[in-house]
Design a binder for this molecule. Structure first.
Ligand SMILES: Nc1ncnc2c1ncn2[C@@H]1O[C@H](COP(=O)(O)OP(=O)(O)O)[C@@H](O)[C@H]1O
Ligand SMILES: [Mg+2]
Length: 306
């Protein structure tokens, strides 16, 4: 069935300015319940064109996602596209703008117009993802400088393109509060993907500890002392633990929980702009974590070589 379907063919301009993520390697992000429900409803909506027509509605095709770096915006966009069996074309607006703003030669507006036009020809074969959208979507500035004028002109162009685009369009930003209200309104669905709560952290920690496992109380303790951590940091933490458990014995290093976590939190740290979870900020938290049942269980009961 899917083999009869035409497949997405990136044109040179798309290849030059976008990254294409294919459906095969998408992973569903762990999301708070209300976000998960909104996503699920939107997905159903996209598939309910006929029914919605009866009440004079069309499925919403545009969505803007806000949330700090590393909370799963790209992961969610990739997953949403994959659920429709489509690749996602990710355009990093920040690097596009910084590369082209103020450059003589080709006008950045032309570039966007071309890019949209090219993607439009295959709009039902891919999902378009405008990443770092604040680079073009922040509140209009008006101190009259040339760069501002150029930026405002870009915003107008992009708005026109968004309105005309017929496929599914996602945008993501770390600074939802700074997005121009007129632009915000253009998007049909607004998702706020925040820092994970306790339940989400539990699921994320367990996912990235896998295939190793720890008893529930041990994971609960990790959940407690990682409040404020992004999913990306939790992933690095738990991958760090797995990595350390394999490598430490090669150096005849101590593989106690205290030693492992101490090494991992030294090499994996929250960004200075983000909340510092207790595990990184408080020696007592590390002591508490080092009392958890240890070591993790390996699949089919393999030991850590201790
Ligand atoms: N909600 C989540 N659930 C599971 N893993 C996540 C989640 N958010 C981020 N990650 C992991 O963290 C990394 C960065 O996520 P990404 O989607 O690029 O974040 P963002 O686009 O919001 O900056 C990815 O490797 C992803 O697997
Ligand atoms: Mg991203």
């Amino acid at each position: 069935m899917s083999s009869e379907r035409e497949s997405f063919e990136p044109t040179p301009i798309i290849r030059q300015f976008a990254t294409i993520l294919r459906p095969d390697d998408a992973e569903p992000p762990v999301l708070a319940r209300n976000v998960r429900e909104s996503v699920h409803q939107w997905f159903t909506e996209l598939q309910s064109e006929k029914e919605l027509e009866q009440v004079n509605l069309k499925p919403r095709r545009t969505c803007i996602m806000g949330g700090p770096p590393g909370c799963g915006k790209t992961t969610l966009g990739h997953h949403l596209a994959a659920r429709q069996g489509l690749p996602v074309v990710v355009v990093d607006m920040a690097s596009l703008v910084s590369k082209w703003l103020g450059e003589s030669g080709r006008n950045i507006r032309d570039l966007f117009r071309d890019l949209f036009a090219q993607i439009e020809t295959q709009a039902d074969l891919c999902v378009l993802f405008l990443d770092e959208f604040d680079a073009v979507g922040i509140k209009r500035m008006s101190n009259g400088s040339g760069a501002d004028n150029e930026r405002n002109a870009i915003v107008v162009t992009i708005l026109q393109q968004i309105d005309r685009f017929s496929g599914t369009l996602l945008a993501a930003t770390n600074r939802p509060d700074d997005i121009d209200p007129a632009i915000w309104r253009r998007f049909g669905v607004h998702l706020d993907i925040g820092i994970p709560d306790d339940d989400c952290r539990y699921a994320i920690i367990a996912r990235y500890l896998s295939p190793l496992t720890l008893p529930e109380e041990a994971i609960d303790k990790l959940v407690k002392f990682t409040a404020g951590a992004t999913p990306a940091l939790l992933r690095q933490l738990m991958e760090g633990v797995r990595r350390d458990l394999v490598l430490a014995p090669k150096f005849k290093r101590d593989t106690s929980a205290l030693a492992v976590f101490r090494r991992v939190i030294t090499s994996v740290r929250p960004h200075a702009d983000m909340t510092i979870p207790e595990l990184w900020g408080d020696r007592k938290a590390l002591d508490e974590v080092s009392k958890i049942a240890w070591p993790p269980e390996w699949p089919s009961g393999r030991g850590t070589g201790e």
